[in-house]
Design a protein around this ligand. Structure first.
Ligand code: ADP
Length: 470
């Protein structure tokens, strides 16, 4: 039995001890981890055992001795199980039940052994010592593995506890005054140590969980930074490719710009000549001014398209009409098509084919494929590009087929891998950039030889749901 003063302080410390697992649970509840739940349950059972010991006077002796020891044993088992679960090597529930039952049986047996007092008294601290050493071992393993100060605190406090338990055992088995009695001082010391260890190890456990959360957060932040860096590099590469792609059609576009510019100049000169000679009536002036306005609009249309296509940019996702951007890209390469006598067949679709994505990047995909087709057909006399846009089962399919020579069978599976090119001035990046852009849009690109000759590029993208269309 413990004295009234000791009992009151046990009660107080037991109550504090009861609060700590609850506090731990509240702090860590959002982790929703079975490890945390087991740990808190173990601490609660430990605190329950202390409270029971403090209330000892009001309970019958056998309930007290069984209750205190069982709660303590089960509590430490839960703590060990929490640490083992953390390391993914939990004990089976069946084993835990058998161990608890065995513990109770042996405990009862020692109670019956009237003549072997030291054995009877030594059983509980001996089992506690073994369990505490288990806690020390697992906590130490976690501390070393994860460089965790929290786990180190758990190992340290339980080591102290094990030392005090060893002291109790030595006092019991090697009594200074001869026969073994219940060494009240040393068991009180073990109980107080137990309380302090519980407090310190709960704090250690919160520390361990917080360290982990911080580490996870740091790792997530680092991987997000890496992702953003990759994305930004990808965007820069795509932007450079757009500039290069534009560079390839720039010569023809310069010619295209020349037409409206020449028309504007001619209208302005005619107007000036008429004005100087005094032969310009208002109807003629209006007609010339109208021509200047129309051609200036044509000019600004061309420059606007160029500017928006090559602008460096962050992604601006939104609904993209595939037919519209394909026709815009055809307009961009129009001078090339004309110069090389290339026929384009692109029947108007019955209904719009709209996908979700960045219009500029998807335009870049179409331009890359068109550029390859234009270059391919230049090698043959019969120059045709057929474009087909269809929608079925939630997928948009854009097929661009050319009448070129197609892919060399020996090299077909290398086309589209970075830096593979069969052109003297090629970079071998156009298709890989197009594929990367399509992957970002959950789409795909397949280049293969078409039946009947030439190559065919098959672009697939998820269709935008009807309800999400503008
Ligand atoms: P580049 O055009 O700079 O070579 P791409 O990645 O766009 O880079 O193309 C890689 C290679 O794929 C080309 O060099 C060519 O061999 C092959 N290829 C692409 N499109 C076609 C096509 N329409 N017809 C035949 N070969 C093609």
């Amino acid at each position: 039995m413990i004295g009234p003063q000791l009992s009151t302080s046990f009660l107080l410390l037991g109550l504090i001890d009861l609060l700590l697992p609850l506090l731990t649970w509240v702090v860590l509840v959002r982790l929703r981890s079975p490890v945390v739940a087991l740990w808190c349950l173990g601490s609660l059972l430990g605190a329950g055992s202390l409270l029971l010991a403090a209330l000892g006077g009001v309970l019958p002796g056998w309930i007290l001795s069984y209750g205190v020891n069982l709660l303590d044993f089960a509590g430490t088992l839960c703590v060990i199980q929490a640490l083992r679960l953390d390391q993914m090597v939990p004990w089976r529930l069946r084993w835990l039940a058998v161990a608890t039952l065995g513990y109770l049986l042996v405990y009862e047996l020692t109670r019956q052994l009237q003549g072997h007092l030291s054995l009877r008294l030594a059983f509980v601290p001996l089992v506690s010592l073994v369990l505490l050493l288990q806690v020390v071992g697992w906590a130490w393993r976690i501390a070393r593995q994860q460089q965790s100060k929290g786990a180190m605190a758990i190992a340290g406090t339980h080591l102290l506890l094990a030392a005090s338990m060893l002291y109790v055992l030595v006092e019991l088995l090697l009594p200074r005054g001869g026969a073994a009695t219940c060494p009240r001082d040393s068991s009180a010391l073990a109980d107080v140590m137990g309380l302090l260890a519980e407090l310190a190890s709960d704090v250690g456990f919160i520390g361990l969980a917080l360290e982990r959360s911080i580490r996870k957060w740091q790792e997530a932040a680092a991987s997000q930074a890496r992702l953003e860096e990759r994305q930004s590099l990808g965007n820069q590469l795509a932007h450079l490719d757009r500039q290069r792609g534009f560079g390839l059609v720039a010569a023809s576009l310069a010619h295209e710009l020349n037409q409206p510019l020449t028309a504007i100049l001619a209208s302005a000169q005619t107007a000036r000549r008429g004005a100087v000679a005094g032969r310009l009536d208002s109807a003629q002036s209006l007609e010339l001014l109208e021509k200047i306005i129309v051609n200036t609009r044509r000019l600004s249309g061309i420059t606007g398209r160029i500017r928006s296509f090559i602008r460096p940019g962050h992604l601006e996702p939104g609904p993209v009409d595939l037919e519209k951007i394909t026709r815009e890209m055809l307009e961009l390469v129009e001078p090339d098509l004309r110069r090389h006598g290339i026929q384009v067949a692109f029947p108007a679709g019955a209904e719009p084919v709209v996908v979700q994505g960045d219009a500029i990047q998807l335009s870049q995909v179409v331009l890359n494929v068109l550029r390859n087709a234009i270059e391919a057909v230049q090698l043959v006399p019969d120059r045709v590009i057929q474009i087909q846009l269809t929608r079925s089962a939630g997928v948009a399919a854009l097929k661009i087929r050319d009448s070129g020579r197609g892919l060399d069978p020996g090299l077909a599976d290398r086309a589209g891998t970075p830096y593979f090119t069969t052109k003297p001035d090629g970079l071998g990046l156009g298709l890989s950039i197009a594929t990367a852009i399509l992957h970002q849009h959950q789409g795909s690109l397949v280049l293969r030889n078409a039946v009947g000759g030439g190559a065919c590029v098959d672009i697939r993208l998820p269709l935008l749901a009807e309800g999400a269309m503008p």
